[in-house]
Write a protein that binds this ligand. Structure first.
Ligand code: NDP
Length: 353
């Protein structure tokens, strides 16, 4: 019988610790037999994402996400191919994607009845030829960047706005900066953790400037690159970096509160409140800081995806991936992404179609 490797949760790191590869374990199970109403899929690629950090905990702190169970497969965004079908809704060879994809080489999905999980067919020829686009520019990161900006950014064409984004060389950040430019911001500045990432932002993505928060003085670089102050801040990280940005934001400006990755290895509730002096600045300058959650805009996904696809095809959006090869590398890929090892979207490539 064919072997079916699977990554399970071996232990919980604890809310105030950094997860390591030792919290995962690779197991081997038989390839599942399928019954009526089920399909067997082969995993092609998987997504590793910052939100997964909360799924290591016994309680995720949200009602839309469940914790991973010990000794059970990890799950998240994934794309695969149907290899056997006992459902009239799916055929062998079709490409499908889900946000509940188990970290297994082969997996069974219930596709009929009450137990059926949400599984979407990939129809686009563009995506069929590059399936991980579904996990990046044409998936949650692209939607987050676009809808975050359109819902909370207040970009106004002709207003000469300065846009700053943190975790700028990552999946959401790299797209957010480019979208801000397309939508009309005239000065786009990224904050990220290495010189290589800074070069990627300025040379490849044509950001106006990039700041390496590990080596540069963020306060003085922001003054230099944003002489007219900051109008929109796409906040992926929180903490000291965001404090520096907020101090230089203009009156009536806007924070897109996308994520706070600098605090994910702590037991702080989400979103964490700002420190008192920073909150005072926010209130005095009437800076908006509403929580943004992409899943709240589900009805806008089709239109937003069409827009992202158009910009990508026109070359207005550049998209980069960092790819880890093999299911067994998924734990390492997650740990690496959380500590800045990725440029663009971190993908785990499991097998060919
Ligand atoms: P990325 O591809 O940006 O990867 C995470 C990056 O975060 C790392 O590469 C690293 O880059 C940076 N980082 C890690 N730790 C720190 C730290 N302590 N301080 C500063 N930067 C750090 O991930 P995503 O694009 O998938 O996610 C980006 C953010 O968007 C996250 O906060 C995530 O939770 C949020 N998100 C929110 C959604 C929503 O609906 N609101 C949906 C999807 C994502 P570097 O080298 O620059 O440090």
């Amino acid at each position: 019988m064919a072997k079916n490797h699977c990554v399970v949760l071996d232990s919980r790191p604890g809310e105030d610790n950094v997860p390591t590869v030792d919290n995962f374990c690779l197991k081997e199970y038989p390839v599942p037999d399928i019954e009526d109403g089920q399909i067997l899929v082969k995993t092609l690629c998987l997504s590793v994402d910052p939100y997964m950090r909360s799924r290591f905990n016994q309680h995720t702190g949200t009602d839309y996400m469940s914790p991973w169970k010990l000794d059970c497969p990890i799950d998240g965004g994934g794309v695969g191919a149907v290899v056997e079908s006992k459902s009239r809704h799916f055929c062998k060879g079709e490409i499908v994607e889900s946000i509940h994809w188990p970290w297994q080489e082969y997996a069974m999905f219930e596709v009929e009845g009450f137990n059926s999980l949400i599984l979407n067919k990939v129809e686009s020829e563009l995506v069929k030829s590059h399936v991980s686009l579904m996990l990046g520019v044409l998936g949650v990161p692209g939607l987050t960047a676009l809808l975050g900006i359109s819902e909370k950014g207040h970009v106004t064409e002709g207003a000469n706005q300065t846009f700053v984004v943190s975790a700028a060389a990552g999946a959401c950040g790299s797209l957010a900066g480019q979208i801000a430019r397309v939508e009309g911001c005239t000065n786009v500045v990224g904050i990220c953790g290495t010189e290589e990432k800074c070069k990627f932002l300025t040379d490849d993505l044509k950001f106006d400037a990039a700041i390496n928060y590990k080596d540069d003085d963020v306060d003085s670089k922001l003054k230099e690159y944003c002489p007219g102050g900051i109008d929109i801040y796409f906040d992926n990280v929180g903490g000291q970096i965001s404090n520096s940005v907020i101090k230089q934001m203009n009156k009536d400006s806007h924070i897109i509160l996308c994520g706070q990755i600098s605090m994910y290895n702590t037991s702080q509730p989400y979103p964490p409140p700002l420190e008192e002096d920073i909150e005072n600045i926010r209130q005095e300058r009437n800076i908006t800081r509403d929580r943004f959650l992409v899943l709240n805009y589900y009805d806008q996904f089709p239109k937003a995806l069409a827009q992202l696809k158009k910009w990508y095809e026109e070359g207005k959006l550049k998209y980069r991936e960092t790819i880890s090869e093999g299911l067994e590398k998924a734990p390492e890929a997650f740990v690496s992404m959380m500590s800045g090892g990725n440029i663009g979207k971190q993908i785990v490539h499991v097998s060919g179609p």
